[in-house]
Write a protein of this length. Structure first.
Lengths: 119, 237
């Protein structure tokens, strides 16, 4: 992944209960840092109708989301579970790969880390 | 599944129990078992209420998604949790409120210190960037940061010891409880700017805790002073 902006990639699914729990934090992060950080969602092993309902429920439409019904893209990222949140510095360096539900502190700290790292 | 949060909670519980045990050996008027049960019950009530409030504020209906309640990592509303825990502790100690709360407060403060120190289990101690000699960095990073959670742990531990000593020397009802509440708010207030956050922190809540705690301590001193004046022996004739 290469981008001039830092990137937060969140792997989620509408059937995933922990994803539901961290969704409000991701929305808050997007509202706070959306101008400086690119937020990308990767919806895996899901159906589009449920995914759209999830995005509407949590008002996550501001993200750019990609649909991975087979989980092939997710598999290439390393580990199969959801949620998974990855933080990339400008230029594409992977700074942190957070498996499982992310908390506010870890989210804020890693966003701060990728904002401060140069390409 | 990660259990780092559980280890941090156990670190807090160990701090609480260790302090109660230590205090109980030096002050036989303390009923350690009762205080332990009150503290744990209040903490569980606070955690549950804080989680429900965080869910509601995040747009998740707790009735439709009761399973989300246990996902405390996704957020606990600090202010709601603190208020609920204080109300629960107040209700549980209703028969002898300030005597028990004053006994519990130093241990509770040390328990909170233990929770903050539990960041070492969670790999979650770091805050804003710093070039101070004791600052350290995340693995793979050259950006050194304040170990802000350890600052809070140290300040609270020192405060807990001071509160325990104060209670032994000056047992005015509600004085230690008030100062403990003010101390907890003060430590959060002064360390909050060093924490990375998605939100503007609930600073006014910390200010409110300081004000309420200080008012309680002031009321305690005033009441004790009045009582001393009324009960002073008559002058010799």
């Amino acid at each position: 992944m290469s981008s001039e902006q830092p990137v937060v990639l969140n792997v989620w699914a509408s059937w995933c209960i922990p994803c539901r729990s961290e969704a409000p934090l991701l929305r808050a992060a997007y509202e706070s840092f959306g101008d400086e950080v690119t937020f990308i969602g990767l919806d895996v092993r899901d159906d589009q109708e449920s995914a759209r309902a999830f995005l509407n429920e949590f008002d996550l439409d501001g993200f750019e989301h990609f649909f991975d019904p087979s989980g092939a893209v997710q598999g290439s990222l390393g580990r199969g579970g959801v949620p998974l949140t990855m933080f990339y510095a400008p230029g594409g360096e992977l700074v942190e790969r957070h498996f499982g539900v992310i908390d506010e502190r870890a989210l804020a700290l890693n966003i701060d880390e990728i904002l401060r790292r140069g390409p | 599944m990660e259990f780092t949060l559980l280890w941090a909670a156990l670190s807090g519980a160990a701090g609480l129990y260790g302090a109660l045990w230590w205090m109980g050996r030096r002050d036989t008027s303390l009923c350690v078992r009762d205080l332990w049960e009150i503290a744990i019950t209040a903490a569980v009530v606070g955690l549950a209420v804080g989680r429900v409030v965080a869910m509601v504020r995040g747009g998740v209906n707790p009735l439709a998604h009761p399973g989300d309640l246990i996902l405390v990592r996704a957020g606990v509303d600090t202010a709601a949790a603190s208020v609920a825990a204080l109300i629960a502790a107040g209700w549980l100690t209703r028969s002898d409120r300030f005597e028990q709360l004053d006994g519990l407060t130093p241990a509770a403060v040390l328990g909170v210190a233990g929770w903050h120190a539990g960041c070492l289990f969670r790999d979650a101690c770091l805050g804003t960037p710093s070039s101070l000699p004791w600052a350290w960095s995340q693995p793979g990073s050259s950006i050194t940061r304040h170990p802000v959670e350890l600052y809070a742990a140290v300040l609270l531990a020192i405060g807990a010891w001071a509160l325990f000593r104060l209670r032994l020397r000056y047992p005015a009802p509600a004085l230690v409880s008030g100062l403990g509440l003010a101390l907890a708010g003060l430590v959060r207030l002064i360390t909050e700017p060093l924490r990375p956050s998605l939100f503007a922190g609930p600073v006014w809540w910390y200010g409110a805790a300081i004000a309420i705690g200080a008012a309680l301590a002031g009321w305690s001193l005033y009441r004790t002073g009045s009582s001393d004046t009324q009960q002073s022996p008559p002058p010799l004739q």
